[in-house]
Ligand binder design. Structure first.
Ligand SMILES: Cc1cc2nc3c(=O)[nH]c(=O)nc-3n(C[C@H](O)[C@H](O)[C@H](O)COP(=O)(O)OP(=O)(O)OC[C@H]3O[C@@H](n4cnc5c(N)ncnc54)[C@H](O)[C@@H]3O)c2cc1C
Length: 472
């Protein structure tokens, strides 16, 4: 991992010396939300300076150009309904292409459940299949989305319906909601495998229902002109934040980790770890909410916003990328891609973007098992994954070469994958996340109302920019 780890001091590797400068607006964070806000403000004639803590652009959009196949470490699929994002892609002259949505190398998953190998073909009749009737044809990796989405009370409702009081009754643990719908314990256990929240008990049913409501809207109701629902940027999604930053008049300042905001007499002073100081009348802050715990505010943030900063959390995931030196699946004759209910959760052989690319494999752990990786170094993550893999799949032994560990949480600027709402948090916080603190306007996917993911980031940047343009 080339990014600085949580154990290290904030980045001071800025290629620039510490600076002092004054602008109409300072935007903190060069992810999609911050960059979109900056572009809109600049269009309206504001002098805008974007500052970014990492030494790269894009935040949770990050193409791993050094890994064969150039996989996306984070924001990957662009929905047909991503109007703001599509418009920006077009405006900046980038092209999109249809991704391989098959997972891994477009091969089926081999399931490893309770230590037993089960093929997709054998699942319907297998004794571990906990469902009845036609549902027995459902494959385990589809349980979470299919079953959560059934009789979704948000169906056909506007995308902001999840914020309304009448749906607060669903702001309860997701496992409790599923039990009330008659879903049995064995099914819930399998749904739990890849849940981004440490477990089904820790995510609000409203969080999950909203997730699938937005997804239905993306993939069901709108399409690209060629009839597809999802696309990616040709050459890698990172090209988009790079082009957005390149379109701005003031060069984005990298390596400027913000440590404090101080507002007095209508001016906000933004202080960075490297000693730089920026002042502006207005600030757009796209720092992920959990990272805000480490940033000081003067005057201090109080009340519900303070509680939200202390309590909100993001899902975790760890990706261990390997080169595959020999096709281990040819040795044991089984499908290469594994979906397991054990500590590895998923291991996939990645799609080759170019036939000359060597085979690369990815252990992607984002369910309850991901929590333990918070306490490991990158080397320990590699060893752990290799050992667990060798236990359940001996043919992998000696055939994997370490490339990199990637996680959106394993550095001081990252919070995790994306925000999730714990039971009770939608009611408590969802309508407060967008409240400004004096002249500091918060944005970021965690503050979006209608959309999620990358389009949620765009939506939130637009809202923060409009807040300044119309009200400030
Ligand atoms: C594994 C994974 C898969 C995903 N897949 C999809 C997908 O397929 N489709 C989809 O739509 N979305 C997907 N997403 C979500 C999407 O990537 C995010 O919602 C979106 O990119 C978030 O943008 P943002 O601007 O809100 O936040 P970020 O991109 O996190 O931007 C915040 C910026 O602030 C910077 N920062 C943090 N702290 C400081 C500080 N103290 N000082 C200065 N700068 C700071 C960060 O470095 C970062 O650049 C995925 C995310 C992950 C992790």
């Amino acid at each position: 991992n080339t990014e600085n780890s949580k154990n290290e001091a904030p980045s001071i590797h800025s290629k620039n010396k510490p600076v002092k400068s004054n602008h109409d607006v300072v935007v903190v964070g060069a992810g999609l939300s911050g960059l979109h806000a900056a572009m809109l403000l600049e269009e309206q004639g504001y002098d805008v300076q974007v500052i970014e803590g990492r030494n790269r652009l894009g935040g949770r959009v990050y193409t791993l150009n050094d890994v064969p196949g150039k996989p996306e470490a984070a924001g990957e699929y662009i929905g047909a309904n991503y109007a703001r994002m599509r418009n920006t892609v077009e405006k900046l002259g980038l092209e999109m292409h249809s991704p391989d949505m098959g997972g891994g190398a477009n091969r089926p998953w081999l399931y490893n459940i309770k230590g037993e190998y089960i093929t997709a073909k054998n699942w319907e009749s297998h004794k571990f299949n906990p469902l009845e009737g036609e549902d027995r044809t459902l494959l385990p990796h589809r349980y979470l989305s299919t079953i959560s989405n059934r009789d979704n009370p948000l169906q056909d409702k506007p995308l902001n319906a999840w914020l309304e009081d009448e749906y607060h009754k669903y702001d309860i643990p997701h496992d409790q909601y599923l039990r009330s719908k008659g879903v049995n314990e064995e099914t819930i256990k399998l749904m739990n495998v890849v849940i981004h929240a440490g477990g089904m008990h820790n995510t609000s049913a409203m969080n999950e229902l909203r997730r699938y409501h937005v997804m239905n809207f993306s993939s069901g109701k709108t399409t690209f002109p060629d009839g597809t629902s999802w696309k990616m940027i040709k050459g890698g999604n990172s090209l988009l934040p790079e082009a957005m930053a390149g379109s701005l008049k003031n060069e984005v300042q990298l390596g400027r980790t913000v440590v404090g905001f101080k507002e007095a007499d209508g001016v906000v002073q933004v202080s960075c770890a490297d000693g730089s100081e920026y002042t502006a009348k207005q600030v757009v802050c796209s720092i992920p909410i959990t990272v805000l715990k480490n940033v000081t505010f003067d005057p201090v943030v109080q009340g519900i916003t303070k509680d939200a900063i202390n309590e909100m959390d993001y899902g975790l995931s760890v990706q261990a990328h390997f080169l595959i030196t020999e096709p281990f699946w040819e040795q044991d004759g089984m499908d290469p891609n594994m979906w397991t209910d054990g500590p590895l959760e998923r291991f996939a052989v990645r799609t080759k973007r170019d036939p000359s690319d060597p085979d690369a494999g990815l252990a992607f752990i984002n369910g309850p098992e991901s929590l333990k990786f918070r306490l490991m170094t990158d080397d320990q993550v590699f060893s752990y994954v290799e050992n667990k893999l060798a236990e359940i799949r001996p043919s992998t032994k000696g055939k994997l070469k370490r490339i990199m560990i990637q996680s959106c949480e394993r550095d001081i600027h990252g919070a995790g994958d994306w925000v999730y709402w714990q039971p009770g948090q939608v009611k408590k916080y969802a309508n407060h996340m967008r409240k400004n603190h004096g002249n500091i306007h918060f944005c970021g996917e965690h503050t979006a109302i209608m959309e999620r993911g990358m389009e949620g980031a765009f939506e939130s940047g637009e809202r923060a920019a409009l807040d300044i343009i119309l009200n400030a």
